[in-house]
Design a protein around this ligand. Structure first.
Ligand code: FPP
Length: 251
């Protein structure tokens, strides 16, 4: 992957900022292994990259940042690793929420929370309540989230409304479906970044990726920082988004 030098970055006159960026934070395990450490060391180091990304999004006025912290498939990892991740989420929620609040960040955790222990759910609810009126940045942590789960939940929500008689089957369309997904209240997804070298979506934001730009980097998550985020945003900014139209129509 070609990297952008500081001079090149400085020469980019106007960077068109995405409104909503999502990141698949991949590569913690490999980063740790390269250093001869346990995989969980990589997850702990990944917290600093989370901080840097939130700082970048806030200072660059990105409206919404969604981070894929734990997929519905991650439960299949060794029990020790799952436990460390759960403890890390609790720790980060405890240590970071005050600072997020002070900086005007609204925190939401999106996913099926029923699988998490009561203490973690209570910390999540407290953090969401404390930050609910903040408007500087919408920070969404996808936890026990899966794109297919989101689609199934939306389908159930619509079916329930039809059963209740508040909606006709013919009222089901892309807009009403979209309104029933977990990200309905957020700006449309503009840019999906995946670190760690793999080029796949891994059941993340399937519905929301329809017109998102995809950006893959070999950088392992703990090495991701504000400069790397800027490189992704500059790359996004230089793309032409046609939404099905031809080039001449969108210039
Ligand atoms: C993927 O790397 C990373 C995760 C499953 C966990 C992400 C968690 C953090 C960055 C910690 C804190 C986050 C928050 C939001 C509090 P991997 O383990 O799949 O890496 P590998 O592909 O090298 O094995």
């Amino acid at each position: 992957m070609e990297t952008i030098s500081k001079d090149e970055l400085a020469s980019v006159k106007t960077v068109k900022m995405p409104r909503h960026v999502a990141i698949i934070m991949d590569g913690n395990g490999r980063w740790a292994k390269q250093k001869g450490k346990l995989r969980t060391f990589g997850h702990k180091a990944g917290v600093e990259a989370v901080r840097a990304s939130v700082r970048f999004a806030r200072t660059q006025h990105i409206e919404s940042l969604t981070l894929f912290a734990f997929s519905s498939e991650n439960w299949k990892r060794p029990q020790d690793e799952v436990s460390v991740l759960m403890e890390l989420f609790k720790l980060v929620l405890t240590s970071e929420v005050k600072r997020l609040h002070k900086n005007g960040v609204r925190l939401r955790v999106i996913g099926d929370l029923s699988a998490f222990d009561a203490k973690l759910v209570s910390k999540i609810k407290d953090a969401e309540a404390l930050t609910q009126h903040n408007t500087e940045l919408q920070l969404n942590i996808a936890a026990n989230y899966g794109g297919r789960w989101d689609i199934v939940m939306a389908a159930q929500g619509l079916a329930q409304q039809v059963v209740n008689g508040t909606m006709q089957v013919t009222d089901i369309n892309e807009a009403t479906f979209d309104q029933c997904t977990a990200f309905a209240h957020l700006p449309p997804l503009d840019l999906l970044i995946r670190t760690g070298g793999e080029q796949r979506i891994s059941n993340f934001l399937l519905w929301q990726c329809a017109y998102a730009e995809l950006y893959f980097t070999d950088t392992l998550w703990p090495d991701f920082n504000e400069d790397k985020f800027m490189e992704a945003v500059v790359d996004f900014s230089e793309r032409q988004r046609r939404f099905g139209k031809i080039s001449e129509q969108v210039i």
